[in-house]
Design a protein around this ligand. Structure first.
Ligand code: SF4
Length: 511
């Protein structure tokens, strides 16, 4: 390779398109990169899994491994396979013009070589087209006559039945024409990046490009000068855009002219800077009056939005419920009851989840959830999957009430919410005796990951530990709702000793 020209990889090229400074930092000071978060790693791992599955679109190929081989070895092995007449090569390696790329699937089809880039996304995006364009540039430059360049992405209409059918799960979009049109762009951008890399750090300030198309790994470095609280701490971002303030030199929250803010931002501004809270007792009173007994508190845990459907009858990116917690009072003087469900370590959990839930819910209960859109979506999908239960599911959905709504509407606002209405923000502010902080599993993503880990391990001790952690977490979610409602009632002076719940104790007619 020519050492006078800075070496670039496909991913560096993409990073350079996002921000020249990012490319410069990753090239000259890679140590400034932020640590990869567990959630980001999970996305990378899911991408690898999707890539491996898509190889079955052209099965029987030879893979050029990343690990254990140097770049020259990967290049040599690729050339060897091509010379041998290998029809399909996975992770084929090419270098041209001092740019190194790996091609997800290179297949020698009827008309010649076909290049496939696999993404666990649902549609073509600019960044994917540029990704394929640079692969085409390098592979063609290295002597491969590419007849077709295609993006392989997820087809959301696919429904799993038995083993994954890769021809149903993946859509193949021929992007050859677009990729050819972009070749001059690739050449121009490479030239600009190389020239930039020979100079000092580019003078590029933070902006929307720090997040688009990907969150930049240099944020810790470039954002170090942002104080706290700042214009970027407003929870309702976008109205107005915090970068508009930033570009005017307004960075601290305290420097923002209050009149420039929307009403939600004003609440956060007054709360953060002056510790002011807000309470609309009439609205809270009427919310509480709309509830009835039995009064239940329900929470679901579901799998992450994975591109590959895990179970029969599910689509890509469909959440599958595996756990619920349910607390309830039968009457204002009743004791607090609890039931829970956590799916076994094998099989599809959906039917057991649904039937246990239907058996557990008290008849005609008012069901409080936190963000009822989420639970409603899960229930709707279960109704589609199990039509026999559709009417009972509909009846549950008709009686669901969103406990989050008064918080989203800012009818209760505590400065310690910091603009958020997530239960994770509301609970510690209102109910100091309960906390997620000491839990091993403390959010929905960790619960989903834990459940999959519990299913994947044969170590009984590990399974039991994860089971305990999951039960503890989901139990806290519904207990938190009980205590938050108690606090809301206390704020309206309607909480009497040993009683929780609304004044009305009958299901309102018409529900
Ligand atoms: S954090 Fe923003 S400004 Fe800094 S390198 Fe990344 S994209 Fe560029």
């Amino acid at each position: 390779m020519n050492n006078h020209i800075p070496f670039l990889s496909k991913s560096r090229f993409i990073k350079g398109l996002q921000c020249h400074k990012a490319l410069w930092l990753l090239t000259h000071h890679p140590e400034v990169q932020d640590e990869v978060r567990a959630s980001q790693q999970a996305v990378f791992d899911a991408g690898t899994h999707v890539g491996m599955l898509a190889q079955n679109l052209h099965p029987g190929g030879v893979e050029i491994p990343f690990e254990g081989l140097s770049v020259p070895e990967q290049l040599a092995m690729t050339q060897e396979e091509i010379k041998k007449g290998t029809k399909t090569i996975y992770e084929a390696a090419f270098s041209f013009d001092n740019v190194f790329v790996k091609v997800d699937i290179l297949h020698n089809g009827r008309k010649g070589w076909e290049l496939y880039e696999v993404k666990g996304a649902t549609e073509a995006k600019e960044v994917y087209l540029n990704d394929i364009a640079v692969q085409y540039y390098v592979a063609s430059g290295a002597g491969i006559k590419i007849k077709k360049a295609a993006l392989v992405h997820i087809d959301t209409s696919y429904v799993r039945h038995g083993e994954i059918d890769v021809r149903g799960l993946f859509a193949v979009q021929n992007v050859t024409k677009t990729v050819l049109e972009r070749q001059p762009f690739v050449v121009k951008e490479l030239k600009a990046m190389r020239s930039m890399l020979k100079k000092d750090t580019p003078a590029i300030d933070i902006g929307h490009h720090c997040f688009e198309p990907y969150e930049c790994p240099c944020r810790g470095h470039c954002w170090a000068h942002i104080p706290s609280p700042s214009v970027f701490d407003f929870a309702d971002l976008g109205k107005p855009d915090p970068f508009t303030f930033y570009q005017q030199g307004i960075v601290k929250m305290a420097d923002v002219p209050r009149e420039a803010l929307g009403w939600r931002q004003k609440l956060q501004y007054d709360g953060t800077l002056h510790r002011k809270n807000a309470l609309d007792t009439d609205a809270i009173q009427s919310f509480i009056d709309s509830l009835w007994y039995p009064l239940a508190f329900m929470d679901f845990e579901t799998t992450c939005l994975t591109p590959i459907p895990l179970f029969d009858g599910t689509r890509p990116f469909q959440s599958v419920p595996f756990q619920f917690s349910l607390h309830w009072f039968d009457s204002p003087d009743g004791t607090l009851n609890h039931r829970e469900f956590l799916a076994q370590t094998d099989g599809d959990p959906q039917k057991d989840f649904l039937t246990t839930l239907l058996d557990s819910l008290p008849k005609d209960a008012c069901i409080l959830t936190w963000n009822k859109g989420f639970e409603g979506k899960v229930l709707r999908a279960l109704g589609e999957r199990f039509p026999k239960y559709r009417n009972r599911i509909r009846a549950i959905m008709d009686t669901m009430v969103d406990l989050m709504a008064p918080f989203r509407r800012k009818q209760i606002y505590d400065w310690k919410f910091h603009g958020s209405y997530s239960i994770k923000a509301v609970l510690p502010a209102l109910v100091t005796e309960l906390s997620y902080q000491s839990l091993t599993i403390s959010d929905g993503g960790a619960a989903a990951e834990g459940w999959l880990r519990m299913r994947g391990t044969s170590d009984r001790e590990e399974q039991d530990q994860i089971r305990r952690d999951l039960l503890e977490y989901c139990h806290l979610d519904t207990l938190a709702m009980v205590r938050i409602l108690e606090k809301m009632m206390g704020m309206c002076n309607i909480l009497t000793e040993r009683k929780i719940g609304p004044r009305k104790n009958k299901r309102p007619s018409g529900r």
